[in-house]
Design a protein around this ligand. Structure first.
Ligand SMILES: [Zn+2]
Length: 440
């Protein structure tokens, strides 16, 4: 990165960090519209994939949330099936490849520019700011997905850490694929003020501390990556004597929303446009409003079902909020009456194992819906630390599933391993044959 780029990055940071707090809503929408216009233009002029799908559309007329509807929706498989040179802008600079985790299929690789990385980080720094964490001074532990080609490895290790090592003197980066006990040991010797990580990992760490295998007291904890049940949130907060807030984002889109100090999930409307194709609850379609890498415009591939709303919040933001994240629609099962059990329901079903049974023996699960009347749940249990018996765990899982699924045939099986290559939830039920769907 050149001195000029560094200056540009610093300038972006100062200008953008709290910008949404200083603007009224109309002005914010204008800014978003202007950025949208630039991204659409850039996509059309520099990226063959978009040039192809925008053929025949007057792209110069796309400059608002309303106009955006003229553009086609882009799916994950469309981007995944495109050749890399079709989704890399032709004015190619030093792009960084980042891949999605591939938990629901083949991973998708996208290309981001260095400045884009910094711009995206602002969405997270903004959240830290609202909760009194100074990212330059507070001792921060971030438990990330540090597989070789993950987005986090791309952003943090290969790019930021290499170029600005001094920026990370107060930051401990840990790998969420490591054993929770190992992570807890490192956290204990670091004693962070802030811990950020995936929901499942945070739950494991809280349980370890409750069992006497750790002693950390961050004042703030941020969770990301999957749905958090209210009771699990309380359990983590109580264990660490910390306040927990959620941030929501995706590899493809960067940070989408953050929970403010008053508990509202504000959409970063200067960074993304969030659309719901249905009325209020439905599949999220996201447009990224910054960056010079692979454009993300009307992208449905994060596949999350969300409920949106608008609020004038005490924190000073007036605009779109996410009322609830239901999770991925391709990790759902169905009930006869059209009810859909999404990951937010699975969070309610499985998290009592942590906060009620106090066990982290469950290493992996797989839910297979064979038909509307037949459900199979496969469970991998840790055989080394048998703190709670197999039967008790299976009974808890069954009881919690029955609350939602009622009196159907349910097979709960202990298995040795579950392939990470296939999705954790599979259904053979065709939802199109059901009555009107309703997300639980
Ligand atoms: Zn707020």
């Amino acid at each position: 990165m050149s001195v000029f780029q560094l200056f540009q990055a610093a300038w972006t940071y100062l200008r953008e960090k709290n910008r949404i707090y200083r603007m009224d809503y109309e002005r914010l929408l204008e800014l978003a519209g202007e950025r949208l216009r630039k991204q659409v233009r850039r996509a059309y002029c520099e990226v063959p994939f978009y040039r192809n799908i925008y053929r025949g559309i007057e792209i110069d007329k796309v400059r608002s949330m309303e106009d955006i509807k003229k553009l086609p929706i882009v799916t994950k498989s469309q981007l995944r099936d495109a050749d890399p040179d079709k989704i890399i802008p032709s004015n190619s600079e030093n792009f960084i490849p980042v891949s999605t985790s591939g938990t629901t299929g083949k991973p998708l690789t996208l290309y981001v520019s260095p400045l884009e990385v910094i711009h995206g980080l602002l969405g997270y720094i903004r959240a830290l700011d609202r909760h009194g964490i100074d990212w330059r001074r507070s001792k921060m532990a971030i438990i990330m997905d540090l597989r070789e080609d993950s987005a986090e490895t791309g952003y943090m290790k290969k790019f930021l850490l290499k170029r600005f090592p001094s920026m990370f003197r107060n930051v401990l980066m840990l790998n969420t694929n490591d054993e929770p006990r190992k992570i807890m040991k490192e956290l204990e010797s670091f004693q962070p003020d802030f811990v950020g990580g995936y929901t499942g990992m945070l739950a494991h760490l809280a349980l370890l501390q409750q069992k006497g295998y750790g002693n950390i007291h961050p004042s703030r904890v941020a969770s990301t990556g999957s749905c958090m049940s209210r009771k699990l949130k309380k359990f983590i907060e109580k264990t660490f004597d910390a306040k927990l807030f959620e941030v929501y984002g995706a590899t493809e889109t960067g940070p989408i929303s953050f929970e403010c100090e008053h508990g509202k999930m504000h959409v970063n409307e200067d960074l993304v446009i969030m659309e719901i194709l249905e009325k209020r609850i439905g599949k999220a379609v996201v447009t990224k409003l910054y960056g010079g890498g692979t454009p993300i415009i009307r992208y449905s591939g994060i596949s999350d079902i969300v409920e949106i709303g608008r609020t004038n919040c005490k924190c000073g933001l007036d605009g779109m909020i996410i009322k609830k994240i239901y999770g991925r629609d391709n990790l759902a099962i169905y009930r006869k009456d059209g009810a859909v059990l999404t990951p937010s329901v699975f969070a309610e079903i499985f998290s009592p194992l942590i906060y009620r049974l106090k066990t982290n023996r469950v290493r992996a699960t797989k839910v297979i819906q064979h038909s509307l009347d037949r459900l199979e749940i496969r469970v991998v249990l840790d055989e080394k630390n048998v703190d709670v018996g197999d039967d008790e765990i299976m009974a808890e899982i069954e009881k919690n599933f029955r609350k939602y699924m009622g009196d159907i045939e349910m097979i709960i099986r202990k298995v040795k391993r579950i392939s990470r290559k296939t999705p954790t939830v599979l259904t053979k039920v065709n939802p199109e044959k059901l009555p009107r769907l309703k997300y639980l």
